[in-house]
Design a binder for this molecule. Structure first.
Ligand code: 13P
Length: 343
């Protein structure tokens, strides 16, 4: 493992003013998104959509440090034959790849899942590296109070162990791992319950990273923010989310980690930006704190695009706008009226 190289890539992924575009929706997920727009999901429409994003000159070149791709996309060419990976590199961003194989029910733990994909992972990493991937992503999913008392320790431990095995393999193959233990915001739990579970998950994850000899300087953490469940009657202020998220992260994430890139997890576009901004307003922080959003970067351009070539330019503007708003939030310089002005 060349830790200097890994660290250089990890630092570039969280470079000031930039964040990561998570465009790694699986075939099933992207179909769901396209269905909502009335667009048929085919290899060509998926290509057209993602090519539109990657050719958003302004958004990509100024605000995006890296793009997480799905297996199909890393092998696809743009309409003019240019590999999509080359488009991303040309914009100055790093190509990355989702390498987990999704979740499966965890035996003897009703209602809980474990992320699979360790079998054959080393070989897949070698393949992806040859295709241009500089970093990878693995997402673990922890649900709160899906049934009373969940998550179980069995679920947290199994997922933390798999994340750490994945991260160690990535580093061994010269690829920076994004370690993503996502505590879902589904359900009616309050923010303190989210705080408690997120703390437990992060503690366990860093313990397993240690046991698996993962070099913290060569990884990026992608956590959830500490928020109330979507159905919780007790919704809270932006400041409370920022404060409680930071308290948990400071207690659990060593300063050796170069950066934290949040997932958006079902927050509205503007909430995801406002929370990131409020967190960065509480600087100085021990790590760089940025975004690795899927939905919160893509909602607006997806809707604007709606599968029509004549909407491409407007969709690219919508994408660049969201990327710029989140870029400002990484410096704690976002303001709500910037959204109104643009609208
Ligand atoms: P969201 O920002 O839509 O949660 O997606 C981020 C991601 O990569 C989930 O694995």
């Amino acid at each position: 493992m060349n830790l200097t190289e890994l660290n250089k890539v990890a630092e570039a992924m969280v470079a000031p003013g930039r964040g990561i575009l998570a465009a790694d929706e699986s075939g099933g997920t992207i179909k769901k998104r396209f269905d909502a727009l009335g667009v048929e999901s085919t290899a060509d429409t998926r290509r057209d959509y993602r090519e539109m994003l990657f050719r958003s000159a302004d958004g990509m070149a100024k605000y995006i440090s890296g793009v997480i791709l799905y297996d199909e996309t890393i092998r696809q060419n743009a309409k003019d034959g240019t590999p999509l990976v080359k488009l991303i590199e040309k914009s100055g961003a790093l190509p990355g790849i989702k390498v987990d194989k999704g979740t499966k029910p965890l035996p003897a733990c009703p209602g809980e899942v474990v992320t699979e994909g360790l079998d054959g992972l080393r070989e897949r990493l070698v393949d992806y590296r040859a295709l241009g991937a500089k970093f990878a992503k693995w997402r673990a999913v922890i649900d709160i109070d899906q049934q009373p008392g969940l998550p179980s320790y069995s679920c947290i431990r199994a997922n933390a162990h798999a994340l750490a095995r994945y991260a160690a393999l990535c580093q061994d193959e010269g690829i920076v791992p994004i370690v993503e233990p996502e505590v879902l915001m589904d359900g009616a739990h309050d923010i303190d319950r989210c705080s408690e579970v997120t703390t437990w998950v992060l503690k366990e994850t860093f313990q397993e990273l240690f046991y698996n000899r993962v070099a913290l300087e060569g990884m990026v953490l992608k956590p959830n923010m500490v928020v109330p469940g979507k159905k919780s009657p007790k919704q809270v202020s932006v400041e409370e989310v920022a404060e409680k998220t930071l308290r948990v992260l400071k207690a659990c994430v060593p300063a050796a980690v170069p950066g934290i890139a949040f997932l958006s997890g079902g927050q509205s576009d503007e909430d995801a930006t406002a929370h990131l901004d409020a967190i960065n307003k509480m600087s100085p922080l021990p790590w760089r704190v940025t975004f690795s959003y899927g939905r919160a970067l893509q909602h607006a351009p997806q809707k604007t695009w709606s599968g029509r070539a004549e909407n491409v330019a407007a969709a690219q503007r919508a994408f660049s706008h969201r990327a710029m708003m989140n870029s400002l939030a990484t410096a704690g310089q976002w303001q709500a009226d910037l959204e109104r002005k643009a609208a």
